[in-house]
Structure formats: structure tokens, C-alpha cells
Write a protein that binds this ligand. Structure first.
Ligand code: TTP
Ligand code: MG
Length: 368
């Protein structure tokens, strides 16, 4: 029997905004496009959801529902950085990890690096580590497969930890609205409703061939999930090719001393992440974004693998001094390490895929 955990951050973009600006805590915060320019809501804080605001709603509608709400544009680089921190926490428990969006991942913890016997203990530890690393809460679902774990993580949001044992599955599903099932959207939900199917218990009464006749291939999936069956594996992502950290400053830095101080902090952070992932690397890259948003990267490849903060710091200070940064203010500094020594025997060249994981998600508003 497999033990699967699904982790999903709570009101992710809005929670990051409330974390970074304490004056927003406890308030309705809506992150998304401009309400005056046909923007769309990316997400809303739980306070804002009480007004009926939700993802993918026109921002203008959201403002009508809650005129006193705080409307913010997304800060994607910051969310990506937090996402990386979260994925690093998860990696510390297992490499059987599948990120599915910027704030969501499945883990197969049947075997786990912490050697914990119960998946619920792993989920608890992960939630605690995420709070420690990011000051943000996640909801966790534990179940015998991905479908059940995902449904479970959604049951007690925010800050939930829901464990569904195999024997609890029939009861969970009986009254579960089909619209809560991953893969059943508004259109399919409507067709099911027309057939008199509103909860998974109703779906269970339909024979497989009739579901297939109506829904095609998806009919097989509906038949299986009505019985709580899902044999999809956790799809382990590619061997990681780089590891790093970056910071965007509230106020651009123009003083070299300040840049050095930031590089020192970043070097310490990257060392920590490399230790946690048990990797070292040969290529050290300094990334800068200037105040006019031009991006510059400078890399150095060393003769041996390193992972210590001192080497990272000294190398990036040199790279910084060779660049024109000293004469131009910077709004972002980052350090990353690639050419890692983590390519294990079980990885074939075909697996060493794209440099960066991209997270597809829907209704993502355009940033101005
Ligand atoms: P979700 O996990 O779906 O939502 P959430 O984390 O904001 O809230 P919940 O507590 O219910 O999990 O999506 C994660 C982030 O992805 C979300 O913060 C913003 C972004 N997103 C969009 O940009 N557009 C969308 O339509 C959705 C659903 C999410
Ligand atoms: Mg979420």
C-alpha cells in the first residue's frame, strides 16, 4: 500500500503579500490583474473569500463585492522563490516528488528520508518545516493514492492536515461533490448534474460502459475514482540541474558594501540548500537585475566541486566586481550553482531535462 501526501499552500500569492506587509494581515487581499483593465483575480486571501471572491473572477467584479479590499499586482519572482524554498523542504523528505503547480506537489513517502513510519508524521513535519522556512502555512492531505491525497488536502483548508486511511475512502467519497474531483470542471460537472450525478456516491451507481459511452476515455477514470482507485505514479521530476537563491530589494542597492553583505547572506542560504540536497557544484553564477530591469548574469566554472558559503561568496564578489554593477544600482541579486555532482547512476541523459521547472497554472493574469 502506497502512502501519498499532497501539499498545497494556502491562498498562496495573497499569503506571501500578507507575510511581507504585516499591515495586510487580517484584511481582504486580492492579487491579480488591474480591476480597471479587465484584469482577472489570481487569488484572494481567506478574508476576501468571505466576500465571495475567488480565482479567475474578473477583478472588477471582485472590487464590486469588496470595495475596501486591497488589490495588488502579482510579484511572480518572489512567489517563484518561495516555491523553490517549499520544494526544497519537500526534497528533504523524499526524492519521489512531483511538483504540479507553483504551490502544490505530490510526494510518495512510502519510503522517506526521515525514516518516519507514518505518513501523517511526515506531513506534520513538512508543515512545520514550511512554516519555519517561509512563515507560510500549507495544507496537507495523506492518502493511499494521489486522488485521495489531493481531495484530503482540500478538506480542511487553511492550515489543514487530513489523513484518509484506506478504510475511510468509501465514506469520504459517498458524499463528495463531483465538482471537488480533480479533472471535473464546470462543463463536465454540468453534464454529470444533468445525469443526476452530484456526488461521487451517485457516480458509483453507473456501469463503466455507460460512462465510457458518455465521456469517452474519461469514463474509465470516473469509474475507477468512484471506487477510490487511482494507480497514477508520483512522476518524479528531472534530476535538478541547478540550485540557488535570489533576493529582490525594496530599495535598489547602489553601495558596493551593501551588495557584498547581500551576497554573503545569499551564499549562506545556497550553502544550506546544497547541504540539504546533498549536492555540490562547479559552476557559480551571479545574477543581477538593474534598476532599469536589464538582467545580467556572470558565471565562473571552478576546477572542483564546491558547496561552501565562503567559495560562493568570494567567487560572486569577483564576478560582481568584473561587471558594471558597482556603477549601476541593482534591484535583484542571486547566486546559483550548476554543473552539480548529483547525477546518480539511475539517471539517463534523457532525464536531464529543462533547466527550470515551469509551473503551468490557469487564469494567470498578465502583469502590466
Ligand atoms: P491554488 O492553490 O489553486 O490557490 P491558493 O493557493 O491561492 O488558495 P488555496 O488555499 O485554495 O490553495 O493556486 C495557487 C496559486 O496559483 C494562487 O495563489 C494564484 C495562482 N493562480 C492563478 O494565478 N490563477 C488561478 O486561476 C488559480 C486557481 C491560481
Ligand atoms: Mg494553494
Amino acid at each position: 500500500m502506497r502512502k501519498i501526501i499532497h501539499i498545497d499552500m494556502d491562498a498562496f500569492f495573497a499569503a506571501v503579500e500578507q507575510r511581507d506587509d504585516p499591515s495586510l494581515r487580517g484584511k481582504p487581499v486580492i492579487v491579480g490583474g488591474d480591476p480597471d483593465k479587465r484584469g482577472v483575480v489570481a487569488t484572494a486571501s481567506y478574508e476576501a473569500r468571505a466576500f465571495g471572491i475567488h480565482s479567475a473572477m474578473p477583478a472588477a467584479t471582485a472590487r464590486r463585492l469588496c470595495p475596501t479590499g486591497v488589490f495588488l499586482r502579482p510579484r511572480m519572482p518572489t512567489y517563484r522563490e518561495v516555491s523553490r524554498q517549499v520544494m526544497d523542504v519537500l526534497h528533504a523528505y523524499t526524492d519521489q516528488l512531483e511538483p504540479v503547480s507553483i504551490d502544490e506537489a505530490y510526494l510518495d513517502v512510502t519510503q522517506n528520508k526521515a525514516g518516519l513510519s507514518y505518513a501523517s508524521q511526515v506531513a506534520r513535519a513538512i508543515k512545520d518545516d514550511i512554516i519555519k522556512e517561509t512563515q507560510l502555512t500549507a495544507s496537507a492531505g495523506v492518502g493511499p493514492n494521489k486522488f485521495i491525497a489531493k481531495v484530503a488536502s482540500d478538506l480542511n483548508k487553511p492550515d489543514g492536515l487530513t489523513v484518509i486511511r484506506p478504510e475511510d475512502v468509501p465514506e469520504l467519497l459517498r458524499e463528495l461533490p463531483v465538482r471537488k474531483v480533480p479533472g471535473i470542471g464546470p462543463a463536465t460537472g454540468q453534464r454529470l448534474a444533468d445525469m443526476g450525478i452530484s456526488v461521487v456516491g451517485d457516480l458509483r451507481k453507473w456501469p463503466e460502459d455507460e460512462l465510457v459511452a458518455t465521456f469517452g476515455k474519461a469514463g474509465h477514470w470516473f469509474y475507477a475514482l468512484a471506487r477510490g482507485q487511482d494507480d497514477r505514479e508520483v512522476q518524479v521530476s528531472h534530476v535538478r540541474k541547478s540550485i540557488g537563491a535570489e533576493t529582490t530589494f525594496d530599495v535598489d542597492l547602489s553601495d558596493l558594501e551593501d551588495m557584498h553583505a547581500e551576497l554573503k547572506k545569499l551564499a549562506g542560504e545556497v550553502q544550506r540548500r546544497m547541504e540539504r540536497n546533498d549536492v555540490r557544484g562547479r559552476t557559480i553564477t551571479l545574477k543581477m537585475t538593474h534598476s532599469d530591469f536589464t538582467k545580467v548574469t556572470r558565471s565562473a566554472t571552478l576546477d572542483a566541486f564546491h558547496g561552501d558559503a565562503a567559495t560562493l561568496y568570494e567567487t560572486t564578489v569577483e564576478l560582481l566586481e568584473q561587471s558594471e554593477a558597482p556603477n549601476r544600482p541593482v534591484r535583484l541579486l542571486g547566486i546559483s550553482v550548476s554543473n552539480l555532482d548529483n547525477i546518480g547512476e539511475d539517471s539517463t541523459p534523457a532525464e536531464t531535462g529543462p533547466q527550470q521547472l515551469t509551473f503551468p497554472f490557469f487564469g494567470h493574469p498578465r502583469t502590466p
